[in-house]
Write a protein that binds this ligand. Structure first.
Ligand code: DSN
Length: 412
């Protein structure tokens, strides 16, 4: 990370970036949606490409001088299609929510029927939450999970038969089990719906072949690029060829102006990285680490929603401790662990308080944590939660977190 020039021009921002670097270096990052991208991706994102306007598509732009940009955007498109086995990729969405928005814009008219996973059951805002565009402009019926944290596919089918959605969204922000895309396809076919898989969280696992691919079953696949895929902050839409022109139009001019070509270059680099054998090993280690963390927590007597995880994340269920997700996420921060409060199924607390904490392993795996480290992390988490009022105890736990961070430094 080179801050030489920014230090000369704007010492306030330089100081804040430096402080954030130190925070990341000295914190165990368990926010399931975060990761540590490579220096190569960061170089692409910090390059001269930020100077260029390139509305339109490769070779069909509204501005001149796009010949180099076209090379980069086409590489990103080709790599996305190859990695995820889809016909077409639009790599311009600025985020996952905007990727979903473009699919909604292409498939639906205001008032049309949609189904998605309920936010408090592990879905995403842009899957039909009433406070989001997806829930404001469309008639949404949500499905959820059972007490064990599993999607109840029979219930999904029942809702679909009643609601007759034009679009079904599958995929989640907090779901620790394998998603059965084939079952969703069967339900979609039964009611004549289009099927969108939002694989933002599991993209890295799908790319590595460690989670079943949605490609054979879904009309559209959206993802963010910065979670388990370990790229820059952004989104991608992939689809069958028959939808390609419509999806491209929905992204631009439908909802975005100039694409962020420096970020698209970062996406291209990340997609190349994700196609390498080392990435497969990384993704396998994410899952091993998640399983070690879940087992470690359960060995300490803690409850995990649905028990053992099948992917990169899990939700700690705090109900029997009488403590809240909000308070315990703050306690974890004090011992050098960042995580986010999250609802558990049928949570008695509000979404602002919650009875759960979501934990994920993509970021710590990037910095080299292995199973034995995750067991130590589990012990630190459990001790912090059980003894959250013990000031001295928390200080000792923070020392233990710091020791793990020093063992696995983030490359500068
Ligand atoms: N905010 C992301 C997450 O944490 O899962 C979803 O977009």
């Amino acid at each position: 990370m080179n801050l030489e020039n920014i230090k000369k021009v704007d010492s306030d921002v330089a100081k804040a970036i430096e402080a954030e670097y130190e925070r990341q270096q000295n914190t165990i990052e368990l926010i399931a949606s975060e990761n540590i991208t490579s220096s190569a991706v960061m170089e692409a994102c910090g390059s001269v490409l930020t100077n260029k306007y390139a509305e339109g598509k490769p070779h069909k732009r509204f501005y001149n001088g796009c010949e180099c940009i076209d090379v980069i955007e086409e590489l990103a498109q080709k790599r996305a299609c190859e990695l995820f086995h889809m016909d077409h990729a639009n790599v311009q969405p600025h985020s996952g929510a905007q990727a979903n928005m473009a699919v909604f814009m292409y498939c639906l008219k205001p008032g049309d029927h949609v189904m998605g996973m309920d936010l408090s059951n592990g879905g995403h805002l842009s899957h039909g939450s009433p406070v989001n565009f997806s829930g404001m402009y469309f008639d949404v019926k949500s499905y959820g999970v059972d007490e064990n944290g599993n999607i109840d596919y029979e219930n999904v089918r029942k809702i679909a038969l009643e609601h007759k959605p034009k679009l079904i969204v599958c995929g989640a922000s907090n779901y620790s089990k394998i998603i059965d895309f084939k079952k969703f396809r069967e339900i979609a076919d039964e009611v004549g719906a289009l099927l969108l898989a939002d694989i933002a969280h599991i993209a890295g696992l799908v790319a590595a072949g460690l989670h079943p691919s949605p490609a054979p079953y879904c009309d559209f696949v959206t993802t963010t690029t910065h979670k388990s895929l370990r790229g820059p902050r952004g989104g991608i839409i992939m689809c069958k060829e028959e939808h390609a022109a419509g999806i491209d139009k929905a992204v631009f001019p439908g909802m975005q102006g100039g694409p962020l070509e420096h970020i698209i270059a970062g996406k291209a680099v990340a997609l190349l990285e994700a196609s390498k054998p080392e990435f497969k090993e990384y993704a396998a280690q994410i899952i091993k680490n998640a399983k070690a963390l879940a087992q470690g927590l359960m060995d300490e007597g803690m409850d995990i929603v649905g028990g053992m995880t099948e992917n990169h994340l899990m939700t700690l269920d705090l109900r029997k401790t009488g403590k809240t997700g909000k308070d315990m996420a703050n306690v974890l921060e004090r011992v050098g662990i960042t995580a986010n409060k999250n609802t558990v199924p049928n949570d008695p607390q509000s979404p602002f308080v919650t009875s759960g904490i979501r934990l994920g392993t993509p970021a710590v795996t990037t910095r080299g944590f292995k199973e034995e480290d995750m067991i130590e992390v589990a012990k630190i988490i459990a001790s912090a939660i059980y003894a959250s009022d013990n000031e001295l105890g928390l200080q000792n736990l923070k020392e233990r977190s710091l020791k793990l961070c020093k063992k696995h430094p983030i490359e500068r």
